[in-house]
Write a new protein. Structure first.
Lengths: 343, 343, 343, 343
């Protein structure tokens, strides 16, 4: 249940209103927009009389029963687009943010070389896996703590914010200097992990699971937000279908639906979705046209020798060419690409 | 198995070469490109010695074993893009063709009004269902022969080529004045129907089945081409997945893959894929950006009263607005939209 | 909408009641059970007042609005199990019917040898494909008319009823002596074909499509029944999922659901579902335990040389061993296996 | 790569052989069967000459290159069925083990009442959720530590071994007195959790993920075994498909495949798969017939008031009736049901 408050409601009035609701056993989420403050009521509201509350509280403009199971991520609660900020980089409204880097950090030289190159091409954020979720226990599991140091060195050298995957809650302290936590597709419903990153103040990029619906993705984002962290980025990366020519089926319909249902920024990962290098460019263009807020693209200095996912990685030149095209397209769409060179 | 012939091979030489191959029990498909003539060998070629044939036939530049199970639709056999022509309208290379119209022809006034409006907005081809495949025998099955007359009247009034669905081979004579046969998703593997339309000289738009792979779509196109009809348009219209928020999941990755594997034009049907009006515009933009050759869009003068699929139909004004945007985008992509006003 | 009539309603009364309903623009389906006669009203019944009809018609015991979109196939309309009869063989209530034979009829000797062997092992019905729906136009398409003659010869020699696939409506006269029409998975929503076989008096075995829901299967059966043919057998044969180790995923949950929703007999095809010979026996046992009315099993005299689907065919000895086990199990379940030797 | 050793190989010889292999950079898994000892080589064995090793090591009977990516779970490495033991209960070879209990522990009285009832009906192991993975953060999350105490009290009162879900690795110490860790479907590829339970000596029941292949399930079991824990039970619980009438599609084909590929016991959870009470009994019978080693069934004293998953829970009487039927069936199959009353 959602209450939109009048523009002139004072902080004290709002506080009293919330206390009253919580006294009846509900939790509340407060959302302060540019024009309105919205109070969202959590709990079993079946017996609550919306009209009664509106009529007996002067500061309430109107109340509405929300049928969707997600509250904090719901655009009804928060009509403005959320903009997630990391350092000087903004993700959301007006920006088209490109995250680039290798599947795995492999060496100090490798990650530094890639970081400098993708920065020059216009990427805003550097990705690099150090803890790798692999189907087989015998596959390369990432360079782990050692890889993290290399990634942090690349951050320091270039000034690029970094994103890396967190695989369990005990890694939170270790990843303190990382700018964005990535929750992988296989952990989208690892609810304990969602709760713990929800208690952090760091942005979280949440990937859609291979067999998860759009509503389940929003519910997992709700887990993070309900713990207090409102810096969530949604990521579509392909779902599992019967089609065998691609690794997964990229569900681009999800982008306008997520943007409609929620205020959170949405980015697309064409590399993992397709698993084929030649599809990265066309799917990137389609993702921009369909309304995504950005891309996450696997980029490697030598894809044929990559320790993982080489077949879907662009080399540095291919990435640069794609970025040239995307800049032209971003201008056409009225969006800004590449924020880091503005500072 | 494919043989690329030398540019200076004479018709007589080519004819002799083919006769020789067919004498050994193979069928052949001859493809005359702008630069090269290609001869494609059909049948069990396991025991054929490619090198021997190349060495012993002067007119053969090189021979190649094709592993894909499709031959005639294969880009290796026919490197140039196929352009399908109906009247003055071209589908393929350089054009972005929009097919528009209602799910069902409902009355003479309705189809004429829609035809005139979509023509004015820039659509090149008019769609209108007269035989409707419906899940329930108790649902509206289309106006049938009566509807066909109305559709033909709209064709005559506007000059727009028309496309309608053929549901079984006995309808071929009845649909003689229709410009393009549409094979629906549920009939994609109705092999007997494919063979019969393959014997016609009329273009065929072949929709991907709800659970069919990209390779199976190409194999069904091969059925049509192997009977002698090379005017085939492929159509991606969404596949069935576990996602429930959309009617189907539009697989835009299929577009660049189909364009790479085959020379046939590929169009996208965002209306049936999504089943939601609000998704038609963003998915149309994405389809253009990903490389499709056109769109098929359900358009109705009064969607809320449509006899079928109203929830996914654009009204005439929404269609016009989309076309304005698509023209701007086609210019950006270097493609031509709306061919009919050139004549 | 369904009306259950009183046991003492006379034929004349029933006839008058039906005429009255049809006079208001509805179609009706009459179902005469062992205890009650049920009249099912087809059409848009939204404005019909059920209670009014019950109160004003003495012969009506009660009326009920049916929400499911299928009427004639609905168990509410026809509470008793339908038993489909072909010659001396019954499919349904109390019987567990095994259909066996090769994917394709390959020669007179082959089909006769297989027919005699499966008959001796206890199969009740002989299957044999003569028109084969194949993904590729270059694959073996069946022996067609010639194969049909061979199949009929095997029928005559053994007395076994025969089933074969019909691929389009023009084949109906040709298949006159066939005992059961098989509608393949790819034609489950070939609605024109369903209507035409619905006009015949011959039993129809309707296979579930690869991407079709249980409700859609029932709706396709409704197409057949709504044309007057109530001899329909449903067949679960696996659906398409992301799993790659089996050809399809056999959905055994569908059996008890179909038995609950409908009165039609349900059989299982484990051969096509799994595509692996070693799975045929365990899935056959599971199908019996879950409540199926029978099985359709691919059986071949020499699977390694079969012209199609050899990898999933049992050889004649494996089939015999399976039947020995199934007889023991049928006795345990209180069902009768192998009816042909009773006559 | 797998080496089967001669029966008379001494421990010292085996130790030396292993040291030799490990000196060349490989890991090894030693499996001591009733007749043979098998040494499994882990790592990139592409350059290893199998024949050379067989010829130069007297104790090696034969060597074989294993193409499957799983080693320790592979039946080739361990031809005998693994029997997992908890207290007096055996899961695997010759037994059909039923795990029963509520979705969630709700109170001391509830869990005790259910425990006593299912024990009397013949269940061998008590299930009860205390940490509940729920799609929504606002749904009941389980009684957590308090619920665990109640579950342990029920264990003490009845002597039944207990199983409960572990949601993250920090819960391992808390769950010390639990007899079997359950890894839920959503955590099947939570690789860090798999590794940590792999370091424990407690049996692990690993549920197949909603979109995971049979091979991926085996790879996740491999994660557990590769850390030293060989007490793994596999559990099929339905996969996500387009079918909407059931919660998930139970893939019973997976059972014979898992039994063929692996030596681990396999049980089936019909409650979560179907999500419909009426399907639990038929699917349980099918699971036994197809070769499963047991069942996990949700049972509740008052399903209509259950805090979660009431619609799929059997009440205590329904469970008892099912067990009576299953005992009769187990006898028919030559298996033992209900072990706890034998001791």
């Amino acid at each position: 249940m959602v209450f939109v408050l009048k523009p002139d409601a004072t902080k004290e009035q709002i506080g009293n209103f919330i206390l009253e609701l919580e006294a009846e056993g509900f939790s509340t989420i407060l959302s302060t927009g540019t024009e309105h403050t919205v109070v969202c009521l959590i709990g079993n509201t079946a017996k609550v009389d919306v009209d009664h509350i509106v009529q007996t509280n002067d500061i309430v403009e109107y109340g509405k029963r929300v049928t969707e199971p997600y509250k904090a991520v719901n655009r009804i609660v928060h009509p403005d687009n959320t903009v997630v900020s990391v350092g000087n980089v903004n993700i959301g409204e007006g920006y088209f943010t490109v995250i680039a880097g290798p599947c795995s950090v492999e060496s100090r030289e490798q990650i530094l070389k890639i970081a400098e190159s993708v920065q020059e091409s216009g990427a805003d954020i550097l990705r690099g896996g150090v803890f790798k979720p692999r189907t087989s226990p015998y596959s390369f599991q990432g360079l782990q703590a050692e890889g993290l140091e290399m990634l942090l060195a690349a951050k320091q050298a270039t000034g690029l914010p970094i994103i890396t995957e967190i695989m369990n809650q005990t890694q939170i302290p270790l990843l303190e200097e990382v700018d964005i936590f990535q929750i992988g597709a296989r952990n989208m419903q690892n609810f304990d992990l969602l709760k713990e990153v929800g208690k952090c103040k760091k942005p979280v990029l949440l990937k859609r699971g291979l067999a998860n619906t759009i509503e389940e993705l929003l519910m997992s984002a709700e887990y993070i937000m309900s713990e207090g962290n409102d810096q969530v980025i949604l990521c579509e990366r392909g779902i599992r279908t019967f089609e065998v020519m691609t690794r997964n089926t990229l569900d681009l319909s999800a982008i306008p639906l997520l943007k409609k249902k929620s205020h959170l920024p949405v980015i697309v990962d064409p590399s993992h979705a397709a698993g084929i290098r030649a599809l990265v460019a066309p799917l990137s263009k389609a993702a921009m046209a369909v309304g995504a807020d950005g891309l996450m693209i696997e980029t490697h200095n030598n894809p044929s020798k990559a320790l993982c996912d080489g077949a879907q990685s662009l080399d540095l030149k291919q990435f640069q060419e794609l970025m040239v095209d995307l800049k032209r397209r971003a201008a056409f769409e009225g969006k800004k690409l590449s924020q880091h060179d503005l500072h």
